[in-house]
Design a protein around this ligand. Structure first.
Ligand SMILES: Nc1nc2c(c(=O)[nH]1)N[C@H]1C(S)=C(S)[C@@H](COP(=O)(O)OP(=O)(O)OC[C@H]3O[C@@H](n4cnc5c(=O)[nH]c(N)nc54)[C@H](O)[C@@H]3O)O[C@H]1N2
Ligand SMILES: Nc1nc2c(c(=O)[nH]1)N[C@H]1C(S)=C(S)[C@@H](COP(=O)(O)OP(=O)(O)OC[C@H]3O[C@@H](n4cnc5c(=O)[nH]c(N)nc54)[C@H](O)[C@@H]3O)O[C@H]1N2
Ligand code: SF4
Ligand SMILES: [Mo]
Length: 732
């Protein structure tokens, strides 16, 4: 197969030995300049390695300079679509995990007393595999569950391992990330993702998506470009988030009510006939059903619910129409409707239908779909896939709209208490700490007959498990190639930047291969990750060695082409205003208003989460350079509206007590005008109570502690913001 492949000029021939003197030389000079500057200094081993960040799921590409086994510089790869030449602060800070004092360095087993003691790899693999075999013999493979945060090798090896055992139960973190969004969109447009063409848009509305807080550098660059070009940017968010710096307008909204806003804007456009009638007639089904339901959703109706004035709602709808088709509502990711409320899935569905009224799909400046590349089929029988599991992923009957590629992981854990699930394995997942109420999840995991966590540090999830297996850090392992979609799709590689630091750690590929062999399915793991990577790359005309040298290879022949006809992967082959699956799951055929599960009354607040630029979920709280910044600036403090604080006698920096039905905790508070009155914002990354995480222990509070265990009907999202809290000053 031949491909028109562009090759990035490698700055300097691969991994070479060069002269360099001190750390000071690291800086951010180009490699050549640095080498030149220290040409006469005593020789040290300096090499360059291309790899992928592991501080969040964006997995940005970078080139590391390594001197005598220490990472000196990391430069974001310009061709990587997500990083666009820049790593974010987390990308740099998280690299220190490799050398962290709090790394797991040995397999551990929980003893009768609840303490963990070291155990050899041989014993750990033997005991775990015996238990797996016993569970399969007694209860069948569907009694086993695996939960992972999708990473290149993680996704490949966990699925292969579970499928080889006959289980379909491989879950991601979706329930507590973007599952409702992905699943709702799929009902409308057949896929769970699109991209607002922000850089070329005339207008973009963001519903609780903040490129400057929930960072992906490439997206932030697009927002900056849009700002420069004069695009109209509107941020709908209960708080003035960091992206508002690039916006024309901040529209504060009561959280959980975005569906009412979208329905009312649709009411305005459809009521007036100011929508792309030709586009709707040619590309959709079920429009009449929605049109007949919209009249009751007037801007005045929505104003009551959202707290946004009716005139603003009407004006925003008008402006979006005037800018169409170079306008769209951006797709969002987590906090607003990724997994947060009882109406999240339906909000995502309605959002896609509103964009359809604009006729913006595939239009320059509108809502577009980026192409991707992928590896072809491998012919070598060693790589043959195990037979497809006989059953569907557990939870698919109860939550029929949930994307099967993510699955309702927390429902699967609930099935431990029902006796249907007996064994659970976590790979690179702090499920217990972050997917729903930690106390509840901990209780279920502890009831399992087998529980294993594979991680690099001690976490809430590890603590709940019987066995803890130490992975190498991402800087110490090669993974399978990562194909990334974008304007120009690419393939990139996580490579070994450092030699293994702790001898008793093992990379993910080895862990699952050893478990596979011990469980009697070794025939599916009869290869090294290097051989697998090389074979996958051969299907696109590359080799492992080539990609290691180049770091990233683009597929320009697959680049995004504006105006290309879109194939809608829905059952009808068209955009669906009505969905049979939604109707079958108990929703109206086209989206209508659904009240959130709880609404704050007088004296109560909805607890909302949100990312901070310098942290990722629960995984960076113990990272020295990052948590030091948090501590210095008090970033862990929740935000309360200034007027409301005044009525409660609360001042900036006061110690407060925050209570929900599930939890009560104390912390210092931030009083600000940057948040609407019914919300209390708790930054998402704190409240870790694991003493082994020495730096994060006891800093701030965790949103999930306050949230009861529950799941969004039909869609299975964790409903992370369906909780109300009260706040009082300590000692008042
Ligand atoms: N720094 C950082 N960046 C990240 C990550 C990270 O952990 N840290 N994680 C990555 C991942 S996995 C994800 S999922 C994304 C998440 O990316 P986002 O979805 O952008 O992130 P969030 O911070 O969860 O939510 C964005 C905003 O929604 C607002 N919000 C809360 N509730 C509502 C609501 O009901 N309606 C509206 N309109 N707004 C609301 C919050 O105030 C917040 O400012 O970030 C990615 N990038
Ligand atoms: N409290 C809280 N809960 C959240 C969120 C939040 O911000 N705060 N965010 C939500 C969102 S948007 C998402 S996507 C999910 C994400 O949920 P997860 O994917 O579970 O992400 P983290 O909570 O960061 O936990 C990642 C785990 O992977 C481990 N890890 C890191 N590197 C490696 C490695 O190289 N190998 C192995 N084996 N393990 C490694 C970390 O130590 C950590 O325990 O969480 C959701 N829940
Ligand atoms: S966005 Fe930041 S943390 Fe995430 S992969 Fe990219 S550089 Fe790493
Ligand atoms: Mo996420």
């Amino acid at each position: 197969m031949s491909h028109d492949i562009t090759r990035r000029r490698f700055i300097q021939g691969g991994t070479g030995v060069a002269a360099a003197a001190t750390l000071l030389g690291g800086g951010f000079l180009g490699f050549d300049a640095w080498r030149q500057a220290y040409a006469d200094a005593p020789a040290k081993e300096v090499k360059q390695v291309h790899s992928l960040c592991n501080s969040c799921s964006s997995k940005c590409g970078f080139t590391a300079t390594v001197e005598d086994g220490k990472v000196m510089t990391m430069i974001g790869d310009p061709e990587h679509p997500y990083c666009d030449g820049t790593l974010c602060a987390r990308g740099y800070g998280y690299a220190s995990i490799a050398y962290s004092e709090d790394r797991l360095t040995n397999p551990l087993k929980r003893t009768e007393t609840g303490a963990f003691e070291a155990i050899s790899w041989d014993d750990a693999i033997k005991e775990i595999s015996e238990k797996i075999t016993q569970i399969i013999d007694e209860d069948g493979p569907q009694a086993l569950v695996l939960i992972q945060d999708p990473r290149p090798s993680g996704s490949y090896y966990t699925k292969r391992f579970m499928n080889a055992l006959g289980s379909a139960n491989v879950y991601t973190h979706g329930v507590s990330c973007n599952m409702s969004k992905v699943s709702g969109m799929t009902q409308a447009i057949g896929v769970g993702d699109f991209v607002s063409d922000v850089a070329n848009a005339k207008m973009v509305m963001f519903l609780g998506r903040s490129y400057a807080d929930g960072i992906r550098p490439g997206s932030l660059h697009d927002l900056q470009a849009a700002r420069k070009k004069g695009a109209r940017i509107v941020m709908v968010d209960p708080r003035y988030n960091a992206s508002c710096l690039y916006a024309d307008e901040w529209v504060p909204i009561k959280p959980g009510t975005d569906l009412a806003l979208v329905l009312a804007m649709a009411n305005v456009l459809v009521g007036r006939g100011t929508y792309n009638q030709e586009y709707v007639a040619n590309n959709t089904v079920g429009f009449e059903d929605w049109a007949a339901r919209l009249p009751e959703y007037t801007p005045e109706w929505a104003a009551e619910i959202t707290g946004i004035p009716a005139e603003t709602i009407t004006r925003l709808a008008e402006e979006m129409w005037e800018a169409a088709p170079a306008s769209s509502i951006e797709q969002g990711w987590r906090a607003a409707f990724g997994c947060s409320h009882k109406n999240s899935g339906e909000t995502a569905r309605a959002l896609c239908l509103f964009n359809t009224l604009l006729g913006c799909w595939g239009a320059e400046g509108g809502a577009i779909f980026y192409p991707s590349a992928s590896a072809g089929k491998l012919t070598d029988p060693r790589f043959a896939a195990p037979p497809a599991p006989k059953e569907k992923i557990l939870g698919s009957a109860e939550y029929p709209l949930a994307a099967a590629s993510m699955g309702v992981s927390t429902f699967a854990l609930q099935q431990i208490a029902e006796g249907k699930v007996k064994g659970v394995i976590f790979y690179q997942s702090n499920c217990v700490g972050g997917y729903s109420n930690p106390k509840q999840l901990d209780e279920w995991v502890r009831q399992a007959e087998l529980s294993v966590a594979i991680d690099v540090q001690m976490t809430e999830t590890c603590k709940a498990c019987q066995y803890v297996l130490p992975d190498t850090s991402y800087l110490e392992r090669l993974e399978v190639p990562e194909f990334v979609g974008g304007r120009v799709p690419v393939v990139a590689l996580r490579d070994r930047v450092l030699d293994k630091i702790h001898p008793e750690t093992k990379p993910v590929d080895e862990i699952f291969a050893e478990l596979g062999r011990a469980c009697g399915v070794g025939q599916y793991f009869d290869f090294t990750v290097d051989e697998l990577a090389d074979a996958q790359l051969a299907t696109v005309g590359l080799s492992l060695e080539q990609l290691q040298e180049e770091g990233i290879v683009a597929f320009p022949e697959k680049a995004y082409k504006p105006g290309k006809e879109i194939t809608w992967k829905t059952p009808s082959g068209k955009i669906q205003f009505t969905s049979e699956a939604c109707a079958k799951a108990g929703f109206t055929p086209s989206p209508t208003w659904i009240e959130p599960l709880v609404m704050p009354e007088e004296g109560q607040f909805r607890l909302v989460g949100g990312k901070q630029t310098i942290h990722t979920h629960t995984q960076t709280a113990n990272i020295k350079p990052l948590i030091s910044i948090s501590k210095k600036y008090g970033l862990e403090r929740p935000w309360i509206n200034a007027d409301v604080a005044a009525t409660l006698g609360i001042e900036d920096g006061d110690e407060v007590e925050i209570s929900s039905d599930a939890f009560t905790g104390r912390t210092k508070i931030k009083v600000t005008e940057r948040i609407e009155p019914t919300s209390l914002y708790l930054p998402s990354h704190y409240g870790r109570m694991i003493p082994e995480q020495q730096l994060s222990y006891g800093v701030g509070l965790s949103q999930m502690d306050f949230v009861p265990f529950h799941l969004e009907p039909g869609y299975g999202g964790t409903m992370a913001q369906e909780t109300v809290v009260t706040v009082k000053k300590v000692g008042a």
